[in-house]
Design a protein around this ligand. Sequence first.
Ligand code: AMP
Ligand code: MG
Length: 413
Amino acid sequence: MITVEQATEQVLSRIGVLPAERVPLLEALGRVLAEDVVSDIDIAPFDNSAMDGYAVRFADVASAGADSPVTLEVVEHIPAGVAPRVPVGRGQASRIMTGAPMPEGADAVVKVEVTKAGPAGGGTGDTVEILEPVKRGENVRLRGEEVRAGDAVLIAGEVVGSAAIGLAASVGHAELLVRRRPRVAIVSTGDELVDVTETPGPGKIRNSNSHSLAAQVLEAGAEPHVLGVARDNEADTRALLVRALEFDLMITTGGVSMGDFDVVKTVLEEIGELDFWKVAMRPGAPQTFGTIGGTPFFGLPGNPTSGMVGFELFVRPAIRKMAGFASLARPRAVATLTHDVKKKADRRYYLRSRLTRTPEGGYAVAIAGNQSSALLTAMHRGNCLMSLPEGESFVPAGTEVKCIRLDMEEGTA
Ligand code: AMP
Ligand code: MG
């Protein structure tokens, strides 16, 4: 048996980063940029008003006050999207809307709240009273203030979030070059499996793994392709495993323990290469990894929680590496265990647990329910995997333990 760290290292050493593709903006969401995004224009593209108000010459209104208003002649009304035509001279102002270009001659904007429109409403040809002074450049957004033409607004390797999509749009990019989403094949094995729509007959159970794993694949930013169920014989299993070649990665569940009908490992050794098949952990020691024609292959255990934990520890980092992400590890927290735990000393435990804030600002952690690997409820109610080290057979309440946060994305803490 190898350790979780050795297994992780072995997996990642076999994983390469996928090629990039150019996709429409929205399809780039959540993916990793493969090139810098350069602006074709200055942003702001022209000096413009940050407020609804009056464009003025600041020197004209230096003495303005509530009791000593300065009256200016309004020479133009400039809505957003319109180029001003009339320069603002001494003693003059232009009515201006947020985002509208600054007229020639004006060097500041007085917001409308500290003005009083003349008898005709403060429009062109009317007057306006200014009730407060402004500084030179006040309420004016300058051309090139955020970005200059030729500057990179997004950098290769960054993850595309909603603000990145806005930035890309503002600098004229309708498409982005991002890493491809890994295409992941999912195969469940077992003679006992029936579809979710069926009522299981004697000895049968519903295939839940295909569904939970497809969800995990999606959450990891990849594309799930559920290929179906392989029955527990070599021919059936081989027929689905050879399809690994059509995908970036393949996951199977079940058929990797010591049972008489556990044929996944046999078929893998026949058509591909086996790297390891047992990891010193609980749940789910029979974590199997290898390659089929160069496609990474994960034979996860059949018990629903063992499969999900195996995915979290080994498959998710592999998917993220393929997709170009720099951070491959979920955030960790150190928490005070609130109850005793008995364990086997020869392996690492990953207990499905719930992490909570203490009034002192630290964390407490407790298991989130029955830890049977056949049951998924504790995985659902929990928000972390409490990691208890090999070498210990008893961990008392009060111990500081490490938790892998399943409620936070990699690189977010
Ligand atoms: P195995 O690893 O094939 O021996 O399976 C271990 C346990 O997980 C058995 O109780 C199986 O019935 C169960 N199991 C296997 N595959 C699935 C699946 N796709 N969905 C739900 N349970 C499964
Ligand atoms: Mg089985």
